[in-house]
Design a protein around this ligand. Structure first.
Ligand code: FAD
Length: 485
């Protein structure tokens, strides 16, 4: 009889809990600890941010779904992990603090046999002065942020309808930010909505990014097959931005925001500003900020987590030069380096190295994208971690028959670029593997047959189809497990 505790009801944690609860029935216990009472399908927040969906269309209440699954749901934040237990508990436990109305502020120790950390990113707005929806810029990282962004965007659209010019600035809000794909999708949707309203002549739309070249997306860019030609994602991305009338600033590390003004440094070490009326800038990401303690209550956080707060797993973290990193340095089981019964899935695991080349300005400012972990790998990792735990419980010892290295796994990314059954468009990019493997694929870094890019209406339909399909799966409706991650 085993107790599995999952932290974080996001893409990775919710996927894990779904498979665990399906496989572990009588006598076993599956617990989910997560602060939000809702699940949200984050990719569709882009559409909330341009008013094409409401928050209610991208979220649903977790409690009834977990009741149906037989999962013990605790609406709470995990604050610390105690893998060796303490004087009262033989077993490892997690300290949680409830945020639900009934129990707000109450603390509890939740013991476990297996623990999955799926706490995703902390949206680190504080790392950039003036950044974030409570300050001077917008975000689409949560449905609340996206709804706020849409309210602000409407103010700019209204001003343009009254003949006033507006400047839009969309991209990354920290020199080391990741998630360029989401910001890129948002800038295209904003440009599309402006054009749809025939207001383009009054709009100055800008993309700002910490990428060395556009199309890097934190994966060091890619070579893709497009219409029978091999094209770098730089050309692919620039041509789409041109088509949408978007200008760009690259190699830019945003350092500070004031009302209507962004301050950034570029890789030449120059300091510039860019004025805006509306800005949506993705913050830096960090780990959820949990601490770890040993049996004697000694703080062992630095052994369990990397410096950015993400959990260290079965990766090779030995410091090496960028040119010496290898695909096999990437983890495949996501087991904690220190404790066999702890795993980290999705954005919560610490990547061993960047995929984009680290760059520094003459002033020593590091300006480059950190590696993304998008929805598809996050879901797949959540699933294999759950499968390995289910297997280990069944055989009575920890074994990992299932693996999922991002250096072996492919991923598809659909960047919607306008909404509507006939006018909607999307750029579809597939890469295989996600982490380039220059030893296996010395010419292009990836398998060029599976690394493609297309733009068209079919992509928009696929994105819309995925929205409904993944929400169906997340609600654990009949035969949900047949839908791939
Ligand atoms: C606007 C936007 C659009 C995107 N579009 C795409 C896309 O089109 N395709 C794609 O593949 N990817 C996309 N992504 C990326 C995708 O959303 C992430 O890869 C994915 O959500 C990561 O899953 P996760 O489970 O690691 O984290 P999350 O989904 O962020 O889940 C983390 C969960 O942990 C909870 N949590 C946080 N702290 C604690 C704590 N201390 N204790 C307990 N729980 C905690 C959070 O509340 C949350 O529920 C997009 C991201 C953004 C922001």
């Amino acid at each position: 009889m085993a107790k599995v505790v999952v932290l974080g009801a996001g893409i990775s944690g919710h996927t894990a809990v779904s498979y665990l609860s399906r496989a572990l029935k009588k006598g076993h216990e599956v617990v989910m600890v997560s602060p939000n009472s809702n699940f949200q399908w984050i990719p569709s927040n882009i559409w909330v941010g341009v008013g094409l969906m409401t928050p209610d269309q991208v979220k649903f209440e977790l409690a009834p779904v977990y009741k149906k699954m037989g999962v013990n749901f605790k609406q709470a934040l995990a604050t610390s992990i105690h893998p060796e237990g303490d004087s009262e508990n033989e077993k490892g436990f997690v300290t949680i603090k409830y945020v639900s109305k009934e129990n707000e502020g109450k603390e509890e120790k939740v013991t476990y046999d297996y623990l999955i950390n799926g706490t995703g990113p902390k949206l680190n707005f504080e790392a950039t002065e003036g950044l974030g929806p409570n300050k001077f810029t917008q975000s689409v990282c949560t449905y609340d942020h996206a709804a706020h962004a849409w309210a602000k965007l409407q103010e700019s659209l209204k001003k343009m309808e009254n003949g006033e010019k507006q400047t839009f600035l969309i991209g990354t809000g920290h020199p080391l930010a990741t998630c360029q794909g989401a910001a890129f999708e948002y800038v295209l949707n904003v440009a599309f909505e402006i054009k749809k309203r025939k207001l383009s002549h009054l709009a100055d739309v800008w993309w700002i990014s910490n990428e060395y070249e556009l199309g890097d997306f934190g994966m060091g860019g890619a070579y893709i097959e497009r219409n029978g030609y091999i094209t770098p994602t730089k050309i692919f991305t620039e041509s789409i931005l041109k088509e949408y009338g978007v200008n760009w600033i690259k190699r830019a590390g945003v350092q500070k925001v004031e009302e209507g003004k962004v301050y950034y440094e570029n890789l030449r070490g120059e300091h510039h500003t860019k004025e805006f009326d509306f800005a949506m800038l993705i913050p830096g990401f960090a780990g959820a900020g949990m601490k770890a303690f040993d049996k004697e209550n000694k703080d062992i956080s630095l052994e369990v987590f990397a410096g950015n707060g993400m959990m260290k797993v079965d990766a090779d973290y030995t410091p090496k030069a960028y040119e010496d990193w290898k695909a096999e340095d990437w983890p495949s089981t996501y087991q904690s380096v220190k404790y066999d019964n702890i795993y980290a899935a999705g954005i919560a695991f610490a990547p061993p190295h960047g995929m984009s080349k680290p760059m520094e300005s003459p002033n020593g400012t590091k300006i480059f994208p950190t590696p993304p972990r998008t929805g598809m790998p996050s879901g797949v990792i959540g699933k294999i971690v759950a499968q390995n735990i289910i297997h280990s419980i069944k055989v009575g010892k920890i074994e990992h028959p299932h693996t999922a290295s991002m250096a072996k796994m492919g991923a598809a990314c659909i960047v919607s670029a306008g909404y509507g059954l006939f006018k909607g468009q999307a750029a579809v990019m597939t890469v295989n593997p996600i982490v380039p493997d220059w030893e296996k694929y010395p010419k292009w870094g990836r398998n060029i047959k599976d690394t493609v890019g297309v733009v068209g209406t079919a992509g928009h339909w696929m994105k819309l189809f995925m929205h409904y399909m993944f929400l169906y799966k997340a609600k654990a409706k009949p035969f949900w497990w047949l839908i791939p991650e």
